[in-house]
Structure formats: C-alpha cells, structure tokens
Design a protein. Structure first.
Length: 159
C-alpha cells in the first residue's frame, strides 16, 4: 500500500520516511525477451536459455535497464500524491546494479524518501528505490529517483 501525501507541506516533512515495500513480481523469460525486442539488446545472457545455462549466472538474467525500468511499476505502489496538479519525472541521481536478477526470480521495490525541497511553487523529492531480489542479500538495482510535483491551490500552501 502506498504512502499518501496530500499537500506540499506533508511532502516537505517526509524526508527520511520509509515507504515500505511493493508486491512481488516474477521476472519471466517473456518479459526479458520483450525488453530485448524493444531495445535491440539480444545478448545471449538475456535471451538464450540453453547457452546461458553454461554462462556466468547459470541461466538467463534480466537486463539491468529492464530492472531499472520496473521502478516505474513500483513507484506508484510506494508513494501516492493526492491533490496533485502535475507531477514530472526529473531524472535520477544515482543508479547501481549490485546483483544480477535471474529469470524466474521474484523482485519487489523498497522505498525511502531521501530528500524533499521546495522549488518555487513545486516540491521536488528524491526517493531511493531498492529492487530487492527474494532470497538475496544484495538488491538487483538501487536508484535515486527525482520527481517534481505541483499541487492544486487549496493544497499548495508550504509551511
């Protein structure tokens, strides 16, 4: 269940907030193949299960950028902004891939609000999302996402 923020003031006070975790998602070979088709990255460690059995990971692994892209699926499960006039993805601060995500693994997002600041009428937040791999001590991806929100006038007052 996502953590809800209804005003600029609530969001500005959220630095350090643990957003909890998302639902688990299984990484299927079909998802990996579709990502390979979309990006043109058909390297055998991703799309050739027979060859990948003898490779460095003992099977196919998801593309790092596929794992990264799933942040878009996980963020709404972690944080929800009520009374939002507009929200935009500003970018990322850091991205790391500490461990491979094998096909068949289950992953989920864990979120934490790192930083929040007022920028004129907008509020900018940096949320760290760690893509946890079930049964692994190391995450598959850690990303610091930067989002900017403006609120409807009734919710825009910043304390």
């Amino acid at each position: 269940m996502s953590k809800r923020f209804s005003s600029a003031a609530e969001l500005l006070a959220a630095a350090g907030t643990d957003l909890g975790t998302t639902d688990w998602l299984e990484i299927t070979q079909e998802r990996v193949n579709l990502f390979a088709d979309a990006t043109g990255d058909h390297q055998w460690i991703h799309v050739d299960p027979e060859r990948a059995k003898d490779g460095p990971f003992g099977g196919c692994v998801a593309h790092g950028y596929l794992t990264l892209s799933l942040v878009n699926l996980f963020l709404p499960q972690l944080i929800h902004i009520d009374n939002m006039k507009m929200g935009v993805n500003v970018g990322t601060d850091r991205v790391r891939f500490p461990a491979p995500v094998k096909v068949g693994a289950r992953i989920r997002g864990r979120g934490e609000v790192l930083k929040v600041e007022a920028l004129g009428e907008a509020v900018q937040s940096t949320v760290r999302v760690s893509i946890e791999i079930e049964g692994s001590e190391r995450p598959g991806c850690v990303i610091d996402t930067i989002s900017r929100y403006t609120f409807h006038p009734t919710a825009a007052a910043v304390s």
